[in-house]
Design a protein around this ligand. Structure first.
Ligand SMILES: *[C@@H]1O[C@H](CO)[C@@H](O)[C@H](O)[C@H]1NC(C)=O
Ligand SMILES: *[C@@H]1O[C@H](CO)[C@@H](O)[C@H](O)[C@H]1NC(C)=O
Ligand SMILES: *[C@@H]1O[C@H](CO)[C@@H](O)[C@H](O)[C@H]1NC(C)=O
Ligand SMILES: *[C@@H]1O[C@H](CO)[C@@H](O)[C@H](O)[C@H]1NC(C)=O
Length: 819
């Protein structure tokens, strides 16, 4: 520091005298400087280096950002830990050939630490975003004395290395900004772990948070989305000198960046969309619940499409009787038959996995597959092996010692793993070295995948020009399983026992058809019991038949009806219990709505749409829901949506839909005009309700009860006005701003408005909605909805509220006040 302060006092004056150069210069030398207010601009004008204040902060930082992008997008900060508190910041090259950043008030806030500096160093901002220092006479050299790419902040650009230079011990890691006002490092970081079998690990503080899985020659075993695609390609260099990951965009004119987001704890890959003048997120990690580190304990396998996601690997059993459902401290699984190394164990191949945590691994990359097996076989503490390079026949050898943890089923593009098993588990007859063990879900995925190739809808619509994540989204239960199974009849005493005699503590809520209770059966299964109001006006046999039909409707986005209970006047429906309550519980409440970021909300929109397609056309019953609303969308433990209360009109007997309260079935604010006015309903009335739901999910506001004093419009009216004015983004829930993918949200609003058009024939069918959600095709412009101007109403029971309608054709809504 002494030297630096010496330098400071001695050189600043001199430098200030010489400072200054014409605008748009990319290079500076020892006799120049960059002061606050001036910038360096890379040769083609892509990047700019200068002083800035992040977010609403007034602190000054030296950083690099995109010159041509109007949204401030800083990709590198020099003094991230040491803000400058005034505008006297100055970047200079000192006599020893180091870059130094100082200010009058704070002194030296940042400097490079080059041991032997060059004689005539020059500093240049390159069009790659790299700030480099080199000797003047080596203008074309690729070897730099110093480069900012070696000291990344939260952003990885194409060509930038993430990982190690083993010769110098340099470790390039990313760390997120603390928040948008403060670029100092948050606790979310990512880097290459120098295990024998290297892995990329993101951490929260010092804890592992997500792994990509090691590189296997083609891709990262646990993150198929990072495989080469039409937009970018990853590479992983792993040799004596270096171990790093790098990505490049295929079309050099695309502007792309990868960054860590401290708010969502995601690594997010963005590209700049000039037309939308915004960044679009194309992928992100972690993607699902199974990406979280060690979710399922030793020898557990996480299957994101299963409920619960934690399963045991085949031939393993849960270690304790404790349900694998529980999220934390999962005890994991153990072998059904214990190992006996002396007697000679065998190996069984498991395929399609993210291979286990490699912290306790051993690698020899020149071994053959055969040698690898022999090596693992010989050493009793070797638990598993796999080739390190799966190209061709597979070569190289990675061994695992100790428990195998953090295994995930990767449906498309996982890796094979050979796990040590008791000899008795390995097929005894013949000399087949290994029996091929199929994990049950894989078989299901393949079959279902073939059957429903068309159900690939609703993945992240990242597909610019055919970019595909190669996720086959399967729909395992399109048509009801268990055709002949009679509906389960529950005994009243059993239900009463399960619900504590329908105690108020067990009451979950009051639905349109009666109260709902939570219960626990003797075997521990949790249920939700809907106790129907007594005057359902339907014979017992009819009721039972209807329940049996409804129970056959099985779809991952429908709440499962387990059975019913009929005794005397009592009729009850028994459903699976949804621990996360309903959608309205989250989206309309400030603190809870933070839990539903955009990817989750988009998943909910897609799931509800798929559930409705199933009700409308794929199931044999062709059910119109008639009362779709946020409180009828329940959420499972992974926040997947499940529609509830479908088929209620049927269980109440044909068209008798006035229910116990003598109200029209359906809920204010969600009802299509033709249904509200004439009682006419069709699948298109459900489409209308779906449109409202989409706008509510995006805006975080209720259609009913939304009141904008400016123009007195309800949510649809407000959305329409913003759409017409070309400001749809103003509709978005402010809490979504961080996580949302702009083009996806705009498309969501567009689809929502198409669904709420006045004439049913103009509204799309639910199957086209699913297609629209899942593709990039151009959509037609929505027509003006027949929106209603709602007077600010007291939040009372809808049967007593009055609604004033208006807009194009004055309709009286008096019908809603009860007939
Ligand atoms: C660059 O100049 C330095 C002295 O200023 C000299 O030592 C070095 O050899 C030169 N390098 C080249 C490539 O000319
Ligand atoms: C690269 O992208 C630009 C604009 O995004 C486009 O005009 C050009 O055709 C693309 N080039 C290739 C080779 O795809
Ligand atoms: C790796 O395996 C090769 C081939 O079996 C062998 O020649 C080499 O010595 C091994 N290296 C180490 C470090 O074990
Ligand atoms: C098995 O491998 C481990 C880890 O490489 C090693 O420490 C141990 O000595 C080996 N045991 C035998 C019997 O080779």
């Amino acid at each position: 520091m002494d030297i630096l302060s010496f330098m400071f006092t001695n050189t600043v004056l001199l430098i200030v005298l010489f400072s200054g150069f014409a605008d748009a210069i990319d290079i500076f030398t020892s006799y120049q400087s960059v002061s606050d207010g001036r910038t360096l601009v890379s040769r083609e004008g892509i990047f700019e280096l200068g002083f800035f204040s992040p977010g609403s902060s007034r602190n000054r930082y030296l950083g690099i950002w995109y010159k041509k992008i109007p949204v401030q997008s800083v990709i590198w900060v020099a003094n991230r830990n040491n803000p400058i508190h005034d505008t006297t910041g100055l970047l200079i090259i000192n006599r020893k050939g180091n870059l130094v950043l100082l200010s009058r008030r704070n002194g030296v806030v940042w400097y490079t630490d080059i041991k032997k500096g060059a004689q005539n160093p020059v500093v240049q901002l390159l069009d790659s975003g790299n700030l480099v220092m080199r000797s003047e006479n080596e203008s074309n050299s690729e070897t730099f004395l110093w480069q900012s790419f070696d000291y990344p902040c939260d952003t990885l650009l194409p060509g930038m290395k993430l990982g190690w230079d083993l010769r110098t011990g340099l470790d390039r890691r990313l760390s997120a900004w603390k928040n948008s006002d403060d670029p100092s490092p948050g606790d979310f970081t990512v880097g290459v772990e120098l295990y024998q079998y290297p892995d990329i690990v993101a951490r929260k503080g010092s804890n592992e948070y997500v792994r990509t899985g090691p590189w296997n020659g083609l891709r990262f075993s646990g993150s198929p989305i990072l495989r080469p695609n039409s937009i970018f390609e990853n590479d992983f260099v792993w040799n004596e000198q270096e171990v790093y990951q790098v990505y490049n965009v295929k079309n050099k004119s695309l502007i792309s960046r990868y960054m860590l987001n401290q708010n969502t704890y995601q690594g997010q890959h963005y590209i700049w969309i000039e037309k939308a003048r915004s960044w679009m997120m194309i992928t992100y990690i972690p993607r699902d619940i199974c990406d979280s580190y060690d979710r399922c304990g030793p020898y557990g396998i996480c299957v994101s499409t299963e409920v619960p996601p934690c399963q045991c690997l085949k031939r393993f059993k849960p270690k304790s009787s404790q349900n694998l459902y529980t999220m934390d401290l999962n005890p994991g699984c153990e072998r059904s038959k214990p190992l006996n190394c002396q007697k000679g164990d065998g190996f069984i191949k498991y395929f399609g996995l993210k291979v286990p945590d490699t912290a306790n691994s051993w690698v020899n990359r020149s071994m053959s597959f055969k040698e690898c097996r022999a090596r693992c076989f010989q050493n009793c503490s070797c638990m598993a092996y796999t080739p390190t390079d799966i190209r061709g026949e597979g070569s190289g050898c990675a061994l695992w010692f100790g428990h195998l943890i953090d295994i995930k089923l990767v449906q498309d593009g996982g890796q094979d793993l050979y796990i040590r098993m008791s000899a008795s588990e390995v097929e005894p007859k013949g000399h087949n070295k290994m029996k091929i063990a199929v994990i049950v879900p894989i078989a299901i995925f393949i079959v279902a995948g073939l059957l429903f190739v068309s159900c690939y809808i609703c993945r992240s619509r990242a597909s610019l020009k055919g970019f595909r994540e190669n996720h086959v989204i399967t729909d395992r239960s399109i048509e009801g399983q268990g055709e002949d199974s009679e509906v389960q009849l529950f005994d009243l005493a059993l239900i009463a026992n399960a619900t504590n005699d329908f105690s108020t503590e067990n009451k979950l809520g009051q639905g349109g058809f009666g109260p709902v209770y939570r219960g626990t059966l003797a075997d521990g299964q949790e249920i939700a019991v809907k106790r129907l109001s007594k005057s359902s006006g339907q014979g017992l046999t009819e009721f039972k038949n209807e329940v049996a039909l409804i129970a056959k409707l099985q779809h991952r986005n429908l709440v499962k009806l387990l059975g019913c209970c009929i005794q005397g006047e009592e009729k009850m429906l028994v459903y699976e219990y949804m621990p996360n309550k309903s959608l309205d519980f989250f989206i309309f409440e400030k603190t809870r709505s933070k839990l539903l970021d955009w990817p989750k909300r988009f998943n909910i929109i897609c799931g509800v749409a798929r559930g409705l397609v199933y009700l409308h056309q794929d199931s044999r019953l062709r059910i119109i829901h008639r009362d779709l609303k946020a409180s009828n969308v329940l959420l499972d433990i992974e926040m997947n949506p499940k529609i509830s209360d479908f088929g209620m009109a049927r269980t109440f007997g044909g068209d008798q839909f006035e229910g116990n309260t003598n109200r029209v079935v359906g809920t204010y604010g969600y009802m299509a005009p033709e249904y509200a006015i004439d009682g006419q309903f069709s699948v298109k009335s459900d489409v209308f309700s779906f449109g409202i739901l989409v706008l509510e999910i995006i805006s975080g506001k209720k259609n009913r009860g939304f009141y904008n004093p400016g123009h007195g419009l309800n949510l649809i009216g407000h959305a329409w006005e913003l759409w017409k004015e070309g400001k749809p983004l103003e509709l978005i829930d402010p809490l979504l701003k961080e996580s949302c993918n702009i083009s996806e949200v705009i498309r969501g609003i567009h689809i929502g408005l198409l669904c709420v058009q006045q004439h049913p024939e103009d509204r799309p069918s639910m199957s086209s909605v699913v297609l629209m959600l899942g593709s990039d095709t151009e959509l037609i412009q929505p027509k003006q909805p027949n929106f209603l101007i709602e007077r600010k109403l007291p939040e009372t029971d809808s049967s007593s509220s009055k609604l004033e309608s208006s807009s194009t054709n004055d309709i009286s809504m008096s019908i809603l006040t009860g007939r």
